[in-house]
Design a protein around this ligand. Structure first.
Ligand code: 5GP
Length: 164
């Protein structure tokens, strides 16, 4: 098996703190943080506390089905954030990794029509990403094991339906 990048919970604590410091040092003061679920929820939570931002939103995007296995395109799952909530805001998009960058491009383009400014923060960015994030903790071209998804689910659920 190819070598992997391993992020532990402890290292994630450091990553969140250092990302927040880079954002603060840049002078960017987001009005809200938009997390890309599910991995981005952890990043958004850490940044929300460290940057003292209480306004957190979630966008659900489905793309990966396995290690380096993807759908043809990333798809937004309902509920999609209300564009009115984003209008005129300085938005920080938080995600775990920009791999191909397709997910972040979808979310950034969705925001771009409504918001005053949008920037992206990720723990990892891979060289092939079509989005260059403003804030990156580490660069890698390996598959990353994140602490929140490295163990199998306690239960397997199939046929989940989300309300629109
Ligand atoms: P992208 O659209 O940039 O190709 O991928 C975005 C999403 O795919 C990430 O938020 C993450 O959920 C998943 N993903 C992409 N690369 C990796 C990886 O190396 N490790 C893990 N665990 N998930 C990944």
């Amino acid at each position: 098996m190819a070598e992997r990048e391993e992020l532990t919970w402890e290292l994630f604590g450091t990553a969140g703190r250092e990302l927040a410091e880079a954002i603060a040092d840049s002078g960017f003061e987001p009005d809200l943080i938009l997390s890309v679920a599910r991995g981005g929820l952890f990043v958004a939570g850490a940044l929300g506390y460290a940057l003292d931002v209480k306004n957190l939103h979630v966008m659900n995007v489905e793309f990966y089905t396995g290690v380096d296995e993807r759908l043809d395109l990333p798809v937004m799952l309902p509920p999609v954030p209300n564009a009115v909530d984003l209008t005129g805001a300085r938005v920080l998009i938080a995600d775990d990794v920009a791999d191909t960058g397709a997910t972040l491009k979808l979310v950034r383009d969705f925001c771009a029509d409504h918001v005053a400014e949008v920037r992206c923060a990720v723990v990892y960015e891979k060289p092939r990403s079509e989005v260059r994030c403003e804030y990156v903790w580490r660069h890698t071209d390996k598959w990353i094991n994140f602490p929140w998804s490295s163990l199998p689910p306690v239960v397997r659920r199939s046929g989940q339906v989300l309300d629109a």
